[in-house]
Design a protein around this ligand. Structure first.
Ligand SMILES: *Cc1c(COP(=O)(O)O)cnc(C)c1O
Length: 397
């Protein structure tokens, strides 16, 4: 006799029902235009809308910049699209080497290694530096890719409360094996900086390797756009910089930048590098083109920093809780998930797209509308956002 016929994924269907009941079921928004300060989207009823885009990581508006797309298109014509093999077999083109050299030069390091995504990059960097018997210590609010990398390394994993350097110091005092400390430089949910100067100062007393993830900061902060390490004057004390080409640089891929021996070791041992097909040469070409723009047009990052300061001031003056934001990532607290979602809907009705961030990405009761700015937003865009938030607050109480 056969068993009763049930769906083989009942347990998943139940999980989806639970998410739906909690108002946490998510579906990707369908985008119908290139990335930019205005974004075409198709709503749930199939209507096309054009919204002011306050929810992209395309901070310098390079994702559809004609110079970046022309470089990528030219590379596709010259090299084709697919890269055909992993980097160590036959997937490394001259363009991949050029992109790595350009990243190293931009970041002022000996060398850099390019991977297909920032997520894979963090796996490569952390597993390359820590293993069984070692200790990885990370900030509670580190990006998921750093958490996953720490777990995958096989090292003992310790977590310190967000930004709490005294607790980090205490964990370092008790750590065994080689010690690796991980932190984002700019935290992606609250928009605040890591206390990098204080972390670096611990090096006077403790031995550890410091990996800083500059994903949201490369191209944006510091006199030459290297990131928060440069802004705070501690770049030289950071042992390993990781970052992504997919945010301010407007492309795709991630990188580790650092000493020659580290990068050589990663090329020889990092599984996400060895066991994955090389990124398309076009992605490497786009990185080279984007870095040239970042170098040549500092006004982009200056304008972004100015816009962000003016919006933060305006929102704080209007009584909004914008958490500890000190950047172009500005969370606006709405409390429960349903309120944040309602606020998102009211904003969309005003032609503005800022996405509600809810559990599990943030803790219960800490849902927010997360606004991120681009250098090409206008003063009118920011004014419209402030007014729409005010109207939503009146309506939702
Ligand atoms: C986005 C992000 C990543 C992942 O980069 P991708 O290129 O999108 O895979 C890694 N770390 C941090 C802090 C990020 O914000």
């Amino acid at each position: 006799m056969s068993l009763p016929q049930t769906s083989r994924f009942d347990f998943l269907a139940r999980r989806l029902d639970e998410l739906a009941d909690a108002g946490l079921l998510r579906r990707p928004l369908e985008v119908t235009s290139p990335q930019g300060p205005r974004l075409g989207v198709r709503d749930a009823d199939g209507r096309r809308l054009e919204l002011v885009n306050f929810c992209s990581n395309n901070y310098l508006n390079l994702a559809a910049d004609p110079r970046v797309t022309a470089a990528a298109a030219k590379a596709i014509e010259r090299w084709g699209f697919g890269s055909g093999a992993s980097r160590l077999i036959s997937g490394t083109t001259s363009l991949h080497r050029q992109a790595e050299a350009a990243l190293a030069e931009f970041l002022g390091t000996d060398d850099a290694i390019l991977l297909s995504t920032g997520y894979m990059t963090n796996l490569a960097a952390v597993t390359g530096l820590a293993g069984a018997g070692d200790t990885v210590i990370l900030d509670k609010l580190c990006h998921a890719s750093l958490i996953d990398a720490a777990r995958q390394s096989g090292a003992r994993v310790r977590v310190y409360p967000h930004g709490d350097v005294d607790r980090l110091d205490a964990l370092l005092a008790k750590a065994t094996g080689r010690c690796v400390v991980l932190t984002d430089s700019l935290f992606s949910m609250d928009g605040d900086f890591a206390p990098l100067a204080a972390i670096v100062a611990l090096k006077d007393r403790r031995r550890f390797t410091l990996i800083v993830d500059e994903a949201h900061a490369v191209g944006v902060f510091g006199p030459t756009g290297r990131g928060v390490g440069e802004l705070l004057g501690v770049a030289d004390a950071i042992d390993v910089t990781v970052g992504t080409c997919s945010k301010a640089l407007g492309g795709a891929g991630g990188f580790v930048a650092g000493d020659r021996v580290l990068i050589d070791a990663l090329r020889n041992t990092a599984r996400p590098f060895i066991y994955s097909t090389a990124p398309p040469a076009a992605a490497a070409a786009a990185v080279v083109a984007a870095l040239k723009i970042v170098r040549g047009e500092p006004q982009r990052r200056m304008r972004l920093v100015e816009l962000a300061a003016s919006l933060r001031e305006r929102l704080a003056d209007a009584g909004w809780d914008i958490r500890p934001s000190e950047s172009h990532i500005i969370p606006i607290a709405w409390g429960e998930a349903d309120r944040a979602v309602a606020a998102q809907r009211l904003l969309i009705a005003q032609g503005l797209l800022a996405v509600a961030i809810r559990p599990p990405t943030v803790p219960r009761g800490a849902s927010r509308l997360r606004v991120s700015l681009m250098c090409d937003h206008s003063a009118d865009d920011l004014a419209a956002l402030a007014e729409a938030l005010e109207a939503a607050r009146e309506q939702l109480g």
